[in-house]
Design a protein around this ligand. Sequence first.
Ligand code: TRP
Length: 445
Amino acid sequence: MGNNKIWQGNSTFILAAAGSAVGLGNIWKFPYMVGSNGGSAFVIIYLICIFAIGFPVMVSEILIGKYVRKSPINSLKKLSEEFKLNTNWKFLGILGALAGVTILSYYSVFAGMAFSYVFKIFPQSLENPSQYSSDYFLYLSSSPLNLVFWHTIFLFFTSIIVGLGVVRGIGRSVNVLMPFLFFFIILVSIYSSYIGDLEKTISFLFNPDFSVITPQIVISAMGQAFFSLSVGMGAIMAYGAYMPEKQMIGKTVLVIILLDTFVALAAGIAIFPIVFSNSSLQISAGPGLIFETLPVAFYSLPLGSIFSCIFFILITIAALSSSISLLEPFTAWIEETGKMNRISIVFFLSILIWILGLGSIFSFNIWSELKLFGLTFLGLLDYLTNNIMLPLGGFFVTVLIGWVLPKEFLKEHLKLTETFFYWFYLTLRFIAPSSIILIFLYSAF
Ligand code: TRP
């Protein structure tokens, strides 16, 4: 990979990484997880995980990518050659690239569903909008053909952008999509807080009751932190390879994390006030929260159908800027072999991902009874990736950077102030890896 694949200026890297981070995880998953895990206590644990675990993992990933400037797999391989480490470190990259395509296979199904809601306008004067909404969701999810249609469209957009390349595809699209996303998510949350029950939302989000915390909630909060920041599988490492030489890693990561957290909270403020102000809606509705509940919530409001449409466009955009980062590590790796061009690589990978996605689609309908380890196919992929592969990837990255590589290397390449470095090194070496292990052990027994 030459230097022709470096983004110009500081903003493209920030927008691309924030684009990767901000996605379904923020707008769809975060609100429903907060809703079903007891509100603000979950939010606080989530925030702790973001800063104590997510921050060092993201810094480490970017550092590796930026230093070697290759795809995650080859970056890890080169790094271990240069520092004479065990060659097995490259498996960390392979695990990540596989996690990426696996996540994308179901991510695209949900993103496609969200996209379909952009075109769904509820008819006027319904007698029972809630019933209509759940009937519609059932109709959508029980038909494999419907879901396959939207899955295909979404995956097609993703592959076009990745196929166009790092600068022309990914770089250019995030520069257009992300400002639009930030602007409208703020607009929709202002609209909701104005029209819905803001007071209840604020106390739900920020007034913690720690007695509701269970080990399960802590595990979910950690999984959600990894997923939301896009760390643990090399997506951000792949982007690190395209970061301008002069850009500072520490500061940049701080900005990305703050943007990601901001959008998750803004999504909560966009959704909860309207749900709270409508007594027939349930805050703990689970994954159906934005699909079944939100259209009903918007239904009776002034300009509701317009805002509902904008909201689903936002989700689709957020998902698109994330899905490209799931495809990039694998693509970049094969591209480096020089045996195939980018377009063909993306084409073949997308076919594989598309087929894997069928399993998740069928989990909603014809395979809904099929259980492996008590989970549906979709549930199993979700569990394997978020609760096992990402934390494991994050653990090994912190071990590599914090314990295996020399401290001087970090000091030289991160250029942090003394105090900042001290805190960073503490979380990197001790807090992040030990919390991941502890949480793992807790969930296993
Ligand atoms: N962070 C994205 C979201 O919140 C999803 C995502 C994109 C992701 N790339 C990733 C998750 C890499 C884990 C790893 O929706």
